[in-house]
Design a binder for this molecule. Structure first.
Ligand code: TXE
Length: 480
């Protein structure tokens, strides 16, 4: 059986203690590879490699770092079919989605920060006749990048690219649930000649390697995307050590649909926002609020579209809805579907486990599910489910919509659907979310600040925000 090894100092290395975890294919429920279960011993090797590489990488002119990153982006594009297939097998997502979203964005992330490396500049504060200040921005040093399973290579590259572009050496830990594309990525790093030790990839579970990684005294900054509970644990571990950290956490994202929306386009896009990637995107809408005058009409049109979504083998090109990522996650999502009914909700679309014929007979498939009749404060409307379960409710007016939208502990993304531009601006300023989309969803400009408020995170990724996170500003003051 294939073994997924660590990538340390430019080489594939078996875990020091020889331990492995099983890796499952979600569409079949079968073990298909084994992952290094790394621990503090493997971490020491990675830290040593990064320490040796750090100064040379930091000293390399940014143009040279940019050229290497451009080669890496091109290598991802060349390996796109291999990566898309690997992502579909490892994660359960449809191969078309893996190709058009995951692989496309992984290359785009690296290319974007390769460009940013040559564009990033620093401030100068002129004191007139007295003197002048200029700010140096220097790499933090060795940094940890920890990524989740929902968009494996996409979020992995989103973190490591700005870290590398600014001259840091990286120790990255992909999710143990979806390690395969990061493993392939290691090979691409060798192929394009990324210097040894500049990037090191350690596999394994959170407690075994994630926790020691963030805790290591030589690791100076932590960039994390994952669940809010893990984010809090990481903050508790690194804050007393005064390390920099950036946390992109969960969401409970609302969609606010007003009667004056562009109806057809809105229905289509809200369906996409709820069920893309089986609802496993931190930005997915999971609470749909519709102005009461169009509630019934919108609900019928929405259900009609949802029922056309094709559930199937992730490797089938025509599949639109694949498997959930793991047995544990499948059980979690299904338990929330049951909870929704216990909390007084009525399933109006989906709600069932799906057993496919053929090779996917034991896969973790659940129908895209819509529930109505839930109260604002019930658990299903308050907690992050992170799957194909969405609630729909009417709202009375703008004030009611705003209060419903803001009424959870989360504040990642919201979308507003209305042709009244004044209303859209008015609401945008009052919504407690890091990202507001108007008449769109997941339209991304990689220069913009990305992240959430409240329990959805701390700090922002994207553009120069990420470049600033991975550098230490040093002010130099000169008196004339
Ligand atoms: O995430 P974890 P899980 C949400 C979603 C999901 C829940 C749990 O609701 O159901 O989180 O998912 C590593 N120190 N999101 O358990 O555990 C872990 O190995 C350092 C939202 O998969 O947060 C993995 O690499 N690292 C989300 C990464 O953290 C640790 C995406 C994320 O795993 C660690 C995924 C520790 N103590 C899940 N413990 C989003 N916002 O995009 C775990 N890890």
């Amino acid at each position: 059986m294939q073994k997924i090894h660590n990538y340390i100092n430019g080489e594939f290395i078996a875990p020091v203690d020889g331990k492995y975890l099983d890796n499952y294919e979600p569409a079949t429920g079968q073990i298909y590879s084994q992952i290094a279960q790394s621990n503090a011993n493997d971490l020491e090797l990675a830290v040593k490699a990064a320490e040796l590489a750090q100064q040379d990488w930091a000293d390399l002119p940014s143009e040279q770092r940019s050229i290497l990153l451009m080669k890496l982006a091109a290598a991802i594009e060349s390996a796109s079919e291999e990566l898309a297939k690997a992502e579909a097998i490892d994660n359960g997502k449809p191969i078309s989605f893996a190709r058009n979203v995951d692989c496309y964005r992984s290359a785009a992330n690296i290319r974007f920060f390769a460009n940013a490396a040559t564009q990033f500049s620093t401030d100068c504060h002129d004191m007139g006749k007295i003197g002048v200040n200029y700010t140096l921005r220097q790499p933090v040093g060795i940094v940890a990048c920890i990524s989740p399973w929902n968009l494996p290579l996409y979020l992995f590259t989103w973190k490591i690219a700005p870290a590398l572009a600014t001259g840091n050496c990286v120790i990255a830990k992909p999710s143990e649930i979806t390690p395969m594309t990061a493993f392939i990525f290691s090979r691409l790093c060798i192929e394009v000649g990324i210097p040894k030790g500049v990037i090191n990839i350690l596999h394994g579970s959170g407690p075994s390697i994630g926790a020691p990684l963030v805790d290591h005294p030589k690791v100076k900054a932590v960039s994390f995307t994952g669940g809010s509970a893990t984010g809090r644990a990481i903050a508790a571990s690194v804050a007393p050590k005064l390390k920099k950290f950036s946390l992109e956490l969960g969401g409970k994202n609302p969609s606010l649909v007003f009667a004056d929306c562009n109806f057809e386009a809105t229905v289509k896009e809200v369906v996409r926002s709820a069920f893309s990637n089986q609802g496993q995107i931190c930005l997915c809408a999971s609470r749909i609020y519709v102005e009461q005058s169009i509630y019934e009409k919108f609900k019928s049109a929405f259900v009609e579209l949802v029922e056309q979504i094709k559930i199937g083998d992730p490797l089938d090109e025509t599949t639109q809805h694949g498997a959930l990522v793991s047995q544990a996650h499948f059980d979690k999502v299904y338990s929330y579907i049951q909870l929704a009914q216990q909390e007084g909700g009525k399933i109006i679309s989906g709600g069932k486990k799906v057993t496919l014929s053929g090779r996917c007979g034991k896969g973790y498939f659940i129908e895209p599910t819509l529930v109505e009749g839930l109260s604002d404060d019930c658990r299903v409307n308050q907690e992050e489910v992170f799957g194909p379960l969405c609630s729909i409710q009417p709202f009375i007016d703008e004030k009611d919509a705003l209060s419903k939208a803001n009424g959870t502990e989360y504040g990642l993304a919201v979308s507003i659907w209305s042709q009244d531009i004044s209303r859209c601006h008015r609401l945008s300023s009052q919504l407690d979310f890091g990202i507001v989309w108007i008449n769109t969803w997941l339209l991304r400009d990689l220069r913009t600040p990305f992240g959430g408020m409240k329990s959805s995170g701390m700090g922002r990724e994207g553009g120069f925000e990420a470049m600033r996170f991975f550098t230490e500003p040093k002010n130099v003051c000169i008196k004339y």
